[in-house]
Design a protein around this ligand. Structure first.
Ligand code: PNS
Length: 167
């Protein structure tokens, strides 16, 4: 049951896989809001390394120490998932200026679809300003150690999956 006085923030993403950069934003959001919901996006057109269940499980494991954070999947329009979750705030992390160019049209469109829902941006901590799931997968696929960039448990799964996927 959701308490209407609670302020709930929704953190959406592909999380393929979750990185320490994502976790930094989630931990900071968890300090700011009563509850944080992580929405793992199911997007049929996108190719992912990990299945939705695997991405969900890695997010849950990474956030197990955060009592006010829950993880779920969503399909279709983000703003509808946010509305159905009882949230009115979307949290996005910004690493560099290029992220804003990518995020601004989506935030504007989302606001025109549901004006009551605001997108708030948190600036990435400097340590994580250049981390992305894509970069981590690329480096790991060539044998690089990415264990400092992802939550414990993710690096072995990445190594195993990329080895399975290798030609
Ligand atoms: O981690 P990502 O891949 O950058 O996350 C992108 C995501 C899932 C947040 C974005 O693709 C999204 O919001 N998808 C849901 C579909 C939607 O609402 N599209 C219209 C946005 S204006």
């Amino acid at each position: 049951m959701s308490d209407t006085s609670e302020v709930i923030a929704y953190c959406p993403g592909s999380f393929d896989p979750i990185t320490n950069g994502h976790l930094d934003i989630i931990e900071r959001a968890a300090q700011l809001f009563d509850r944080v919901i992580i929405g793992v996006a199911l997007i049929a057109e996108k190719t992912h390394l990990f299945s939705p269940e695997e991405r969900l499980a890695m997010c849950r494991e990474a956030c197990a120490h955060l009592p006010n954070v829950t993880v779920r999947t969503f399909e279709g329009l983000l703003v509808e998932a946010v509305h159905q979750a009882g949230a009115r705030i979307i949290i996005k992390g910004l690493r560099q200026a290029a992220d804003l160019s990518h995020e601004a049209p989506m935030a504007t469109m989302n606001r025109s679809l549901r004006p009551e829902i605001e997108t708030l941006f948190l600036l990435a901590s400097p340590t994580y300003a250049f981390i992305s799931s894509s970069l981590i997968k690329w480096v790991c696929s060539m044998g690089g150690d990415v264990s400092a960039q992802v939550p414990p448990g993710v690096a072995p799964k990445l190594t195993q999956r990329l080895a399975e996927a290798a030609p």
